[in-house]
Design a protein. Structure first.
Length: 267
């Protein structure tokens, strides 16, 4: 398996994604904005369609369009403070409308399903370099904003009173989510990429640890999900996105069962 260059590329990209997705996902889940990942994954569909029609790198155009969508979501929060779910519907409607219109025109000169469901065969060295670059920038950004992100996640109003630039950091975080989704497209596929943002975090939260330990376990579970899913998809000849999603659900079920057994065994 490792003799094939496409598997080397896929596993290397999977390693970066397994770190980045839970790193961003833990803040989204704790802020109860996990559906934002789903909305932006649909936005990436429009970005991919633009890339395929124009001949540009679809990952780059997906990142650009998803970034604009993420900033739009943050901007619209001030207009729909009590109906936040409407913002996601607006962005998803716009994105899916653009994507379907462009693809239905027959100008997309590539296999769209590779971006919908993921593919280990289509990850090139160029894609890997872009994934690495976006991943490094995102990890550095999260590290630099770590304390502020925790403060905003746990108490946004308190962060505003304390002088934290909440709006600016929320805009920057939206860009981080956009980058995370964009780099995951080739492996996960846009239909299930949001699952890797939430599922490892959901499993780690069952352990009832502190924030730092939950983050560490989220990354660990994300690594297991993606690596196991990629290996299984190779031998099963299946789309990696669906396989990884199923592995993540199975791991969550195992962790929940183990946590329940541990609680019952306590005196």
């Amino acid at each position: 398996m490792l003799h094939y260059s496409f598997m080397q590329n896929a596993l290397a990209a999977g390693l970066f994604i397994s770190i980045l997705c839970p790193l961003v996902g833990i803040f989204l889940v704790l802020k109860r904005h996990s559906m934002m990942g789903d909305a932006l994954s649909h936005s990436s569909f429009a970005g991919v369609a633009i890339g395929l029609v124009t001949g540009l790198n679809p990952i780059l155009t997906a990142f650009l369009f998803t970034s604009v969508s993420g900033l739009l979501i943050e901007y619209l929060r001030s207009y729909y403070k009590k109906y936040a779910e409407l913002i996601l519907v607006i962005v998803m409607t716009l994105s899916v409308g653009i994507a379907i219109t462009l693809i239905s025109m027959g100008k997309a000169n590539a296999n769209v399903s590779a971006y919908l469901f993921g593919s280990i065969l289509t990850v090139t060295r160029g894609d890997l370099a872009m994934v690495l670059a976006l991943s490094l920038v995102s990890v550095i950004a999260v590290s630099a904003l770590y304390n502020q992100l925790i403060y905003i996640t746990l108490d946004e109003d308190g962060a505003k009173v304390a002088g934290v630039k909440v709006k600016l950091i929320n805009y920057l975080f939206a860009l981080l989510v956009a980058a995370t989704i964009s780099v995951s497209l080739r492996i996960m596929g846009l239909l299930v990429v949001s699952s890797m943002i939430a599922m490892p975090v959901a499993a780690a939260m069952q352990l009832n640890k502190g924030f730092r330990k939950t983050l560490v376990f989220s990354v660990l579970f994300g690594f297991i999900d993606i690596m196991a899913g990629l290996i299984l998809s190779y031998y099963m000849d299946s789309a990696p996105g669906g396989t990884i999603a199923l592995v993540s659900v199975a791991l969550l079920a195992v962790v929940m069962a183990a946590s329940r057994i541990r609680i019952r065994s306590l005196p």
